[in-house]
Design a protein around this ligand. Sequence first.
Ligand code: ATP
Length: 354
Amino acid sequence: MANGTPILPASTNPNDFVIATIGSHSALQILKGAKDEGFKTLAICKKSTERVYDSRGYGVADEILTVDKFEDWNEALEEELIKRNAIIIPHGSFIAYMGHDRVKAMKAMYYGTKEILEWESDRNKERVWMEKSGLLLPKIYDDPEKIEKPVIVKFHGAGGGFGYFVAKTPEQFWEVKNKKHPNNSDYAIQEYIVGVPLYAHYFQSPITGELEILSFDKRYESNADSIGRIKAEDQLAANIHTSYTIVGNIPIVVRESLLPKFLEMGESVVKVSKEITANGKGLFGPFCLECIVTRKLEIYCFEISARIVAGTNPFIEGSPYTALKYDKPMSTGRRIALDIQQAIGAGQLEDILG
Ligand code: ATP
């Protein structure tokens, strides 16, 4: 599909624009942040979810467009958005429901670089991006027979860590694989890094040219985060396998001496993103480096999320980091709106659209 080319309105007044997203994932903070920065807001909702976003719920959406399924996104809906000068903010569920081809073909204004989604979603390309950025990465096993220490097995498109498992020998791998995923051969085998998971939330503004760390979280995963409540011998007796189904997100403040390294990692990822994208715009707006920090304080990165992550949701009132920089509560959603507002004001709208 050809790239959608939005027709940009000439206005430099934020009131002439609407910030729109799909009602799910991190839409509450995106829309609240947009309202706080003086935009009108619109949520595209599935029937029965409107009440979360309209005046019966949290009141963050000035207008709701209802669809039966998000997959029903069509030209008529997009026309409605274009008519309103809507700028669409992508989030995890948005990308998952829409698929990359449809995102690429969208003609409505879209915040972010569409091209980077290909690099994020293709495991091999993502690995190249991370390697070029000089990040410390878990080893990848291309053959299960080579497993010689604990590995984590990830199924593609599993969503939220569902169905991942840990093995430490080829025999263990095949036992779980054949039992739980007999027909699925789309998986990656990664060295299991022993340490604490830490997700760093960044923001790169094309308007200020600055990279900011907005917050950190860790995930609350079932049953990985509860298995320690059972004695090891009982775990074995009950044959409990560790799983990583995400249930929620927990805010983290990192040891201050780790901040320079995290900043360096973020800068490097942004720099390389400009080299790998054809238009050179690279990665901008919110993004996340998903990491594990070992007891030696090595920071392994196992994934880049090139958009707002749900781990920023605990920070609607801002984080300890944004409190240092801003004199108003600055969520990631609001930071996006501020970027758009500044771009519109400076007549640089094109710089923030993909
Ligand atoms: P996403 O939704 O971000 O695309 P996901 O939820 O499907 O990804 P991951 O984020 O890749 O899955 O991993 C889920 C969990 O598995 C992580 O939070 C982490 O606890 C654990 N994990 C992932 N990779 C590793 C690794 N290499 N070593 C140790 N633990 C890992």
